[in-house]
Ligand binder design. Structure first.
Ligand code: NAD
Length: 280
């Protein structure tokens, strides 16, 4: 039986630490502020934005909500971002993705000042991560490092296998594990003999986007298994990229879905906001 890595508890611990920090900053006269921009009304985005606002309220971060109509012109969005870049009272800027099709996401993200890029998606933030300079790191992989550290799972010298090479999860995850001195292999849709590679992993991170893809046949006995996937099943319940029932009996430690990686993403976003405020 694997140890359950409790993302709900660990994310709460981080949020409480941040709450105390934000209170101390307030006493020094500094109020941390996050601007959240949503364009259009995609229902999933509305839920994510709502959760971010709730987390801000809990921690004591001021949140400014910009809800722009679907037909907003790209230039108008860029103007708003530039205005927020110049506003010293705003410390973090988050543009909820995906954006409507008529907008160039890369151009929009790269308009955010890297000093306020709390999502860590700006090309400069990604570059800083890859060469070990300070900068904001994508929240989901940053949260996974916290899950491992706060569960006392050593990364240094360990075989770490990341399945997935997306810009927001797989790639930054591999860079972070490397920064922690793991021996890192990245697998993707063109990887041959995937099982042979994943069975070497002491730490296996699944960010594939396919429900219950990883069963026990992909996992070495005693490995730590981190499940990034989130899928709604036909029965209404959530599941991950890992087949929990199959893997849990042989893993050393495992994240559940829900309650594993998911809650860490928002906690790390809040952490980035506080850091942005402290650095400003
Ligand atoms: P993505 O679709 O951008 O990337 C998936 C990656 O998996 C690709 O790099 C692809 O090469 C790889 N892949 C696909 N099929 C494969 C196969 N058969 N074998 C090996 N590799 C394969 O997805 P993403 O944005 O990285 O997200 C991955 C999952 O994590 C999704 O389920 C997503 O919903 C979830 N997610 C969760 C959080 C969170 O906060 N918990 C955050 C972001 C994403």
């Amino acid at each position: 039986m694997a140890t359950l890595i409790d993302g709900k508890r660990i994310s709460q611990e981080i949020k409480d630490e941040l709450k105390a920090k934000v209170e101390a900053l307030k006493e020094q006269g500094k109020e941390i502020c996050l601007a959240v921009i949503q364009v259009g009304n995609d229902p999933a985005s509305t839920v994510y934005v709502g959760n971010k606002k709730k987390a801000c309220a809990y921690i004591g971060i001021k949140s400014l909500a910009y809800e722009l109509p679907e037909e907003t012109k790209e230039d108008e969005l860029l103007e708003l971002i530039k205005k927020l870049n110049d506003d010293d009272s705003v410390h973090g800027i988050l543009v909820q993705l995906p954006l409507p099709k008529h907008m160039d996401e890369d151009k929009v993200i790269d308009t955010i000042s890297p000093a306020k890029d709390v999502d860590g998606f700006h090309v400069q933030s990604v570059g800083a991560l890859s060469i070990g300079r300070p900068g904001f790191v994508s929240c989901t992989p940053a949260g996974i490092i916290q899950l491992l550290k706060r569960s006392n799972i050593e990364i240094e010298g360990k075989e770490c296998v990341v399945i997935g090479r997306s810009n927001i999860v797989g790639k930054p995850m591999s860079m972070l594990l490397l920064r922690e001195n793991g021996t890192v292999t990245v697998c993707h849709s063109r990887t041959k003999n995937l099982k042979e590679v994943t069975k070497r992993a002491d730490i296996l991170v699944a960010a594939i986007g396919k429900p219950k893809f990883i069963d026990a046949s992909y996992v070495k006995e005693g490995a730590t298994v981190i499940d990034v996937g989130i899928h709604r099943q036909e029965n209404g319940k959530l599941c991950g990229d890992v087949d929990f029932e199959s893997v849990e009996p042989i893993a050393g430690a495992i994240t559940p879905v829900p309650g594993g990686v998911g809650p860490m993403t928002i906690a790390m976003l809040m952490n980035n906001c506080v850091e942005a405020g402290e650095r400003a």
